[in-house]
Design a protein around this ligand. Structure first.
Ligand code: PLP
Length: 422
């Protein structure tokens, strides 16, 4: 029988924790994972036949909603022509051209298979280009699971309260310098001490992996100035923010042009895709035109590229402002409902991503995010799930809305929240 309980028991026998990515296990919220049979629009159905309104949206990629008809059509068409060629195909060029046109920081782009590969390759490129080893990252930011980014990583590492660095050589740990998000003094100090050795600063221009944390005014512009002054590269990890805030990235919205940009999630339309790109002078150092190696058997996969192209085409027709307004209304009403139930909530919201932090103080970095009440969130999560609403199974993640969420979905979500008790 393929009910969730049986499947999870079997999964735990064959797969560590029963999951292929840690946060899915729902450990921090005290649940078992949902096994999904089908998803459409903003809804998902478990193998047990339960229906959910989804605010995880595959952790961000499904901005158009699940099973978008134009994306499915493009994928079906691509599959019929063959699933992998190992030599260039037209859709790779099309997607690259669309990405370069959409983001001001991109002159050239290289496709890979995940966000992790994108950031890891961007860092190698930054190191090769500058001839330096160290990288500054921010506490609570998540840049995938490559060695250099595991220190004080957000997402699952934060959720599970584990150090993240077992298995990472000490020499690699030593080359990763940490600063609190939004703390420019800390960054200046690191540059004052290690300036000659710093290859890059990598940042989520809007943090999404400690819950949503917005950059304070001046944070990103000053990172731009500091990196330029010290000969380091500025890497925007736009794996979440790319095409979520607008057709383009956070760089379009804030008007800050990074040297390198990492993309993933939305640009693959639900397939395993990542990409990194930047200034021509830097990107030209990548093999085969340059000396810095990076490769991938399935990179630029024709099916994944078709899904990406169809997704971006559909997004060109979408009303981002409308979704931003609707999301803000939903999130504010959720906050009000929770506060009527006697809990204090901080709402951090940007476009179609938001986090409700349970606590009395504003959340501006990982320290303040960590002080919020994870137990209260877990209780909220479980009661919402009971009522058919699937939120992220961690207090350190964001809720994602999509262009497929309807007024009815939002009303049902608010009704569910009204049944919650603390
Ligand atoms: C999800 C994410 C990654 C890693 O992408 P994967 O495809 O999971 O490897 C990197 N950076 C950010 C900001 C992310 O949210």
């Amino acid at each position: 029988m393929s009910d969730s309980r049986t499947l999870f028991a079997k999964a735990q026998e064959f797969i560590p924790g029963g999951v292929n990515s840690p946060v899915r296990a729902c450990l921090s919220v005290g649940c078992d994972p949902l096994f999904i049979a089908k998803a459409q629009g903003a809804r998902m159905w478990t193998v047990d036949g339960q229906e959910f309104i989804d605010y995880v949206m595959s952790w961000g990629p499904m901005l158009l909603g699940h099973s978008h008809p134009e994306v499915l059509r493009a994928v079906h068409h691509a599959v019929d022509q063959g699933t992998s060629f190992g030599t260039p195909c037209p859709a790779e060029v099309e997607l690259a051209e669309m990405l370069v046109a959409a983001l001001p920081g991109l002159d050239m782009i290289r496709m890979v298979n995940s966000g992790t590969e994108a950031t890891m390759s961007a860092l190698r490129l930054a190191r090769g280009f500058t001839g330096r080893n160290k990288v500054i990252k921010f506490h609570g930011c998540y840049h995938g699971h490559a060695d250099a980014f595991m220190a004080s990583a957000g997402s699952g590492v934060a959720t599970l309260s584990i150090p993240g660095t077992p298995g990472v050589p000490q020499s690699v740990v030593d080359d990763t310098l940490l600063a609190p998000y939004n703390d420019l003094d800390a960054v200046e100090e690191l540059f004052a001490t290690h300036g000659q050795d710093i290859a890059a600063v990598i940042v989520e221009p809007i943090a999404g992996n400690m819950g949503v944390v917005l950059p304070q005014p001046g944070f990103l512009p000053t990172l731009r100035v500091l990196t330029q002054r010290h000969g380091a590269l500025l890497i925007f990890d736009e794996v979440i923010t790319g095409f979520r805030l607008a057709y383009g990235g956070a760089q379009n919205i804030f008007g800050i042009i990074p040297d390198l940009t990492c993309l993933g999630k939305i640009i693959g339309g639900g397939f395993p895709v990542g990409a990194y790109g930047g200034r021509r002078e830097i990107m030209s150092r990548i093999a085969p035109c340059g000396d810095i190696y990076q490769a991938g058997t399935l990179s630029g996969n024709p099916v994944a590229m078709a899904a990406g192209v169809a997704t971006l085409r559909a997004l060109q027709q979408c009303d981002y402002m409308n979704l931003t307004i609707k999301t803000k209304m939903l999130a504010s009403e959720l906050k009000d409902i929770l506060e009527e139930r006697g809990v204090q909530v901080q709402l951090n919201c940007m476009a179609s991503m938001f986090t409700l932090f349970f606590g009395p103080d504003p959340v501006t970095d990982f320290t303040t995010a960590s002080k919020t009440d994870g137990k209260a969130y877990a209780s909220f999560f479980r009661q919402m799930r009971e009522a058919g609403i699937a939120l992220a199974p961690s207090a350190f993640e964001c809720a994602f809305t999509s262009f497929a969420h309807t007024e009815e979905d939002f009303e049902k979500t608010l009704d569910a929240a009204r049944t919650v008790q603390f």
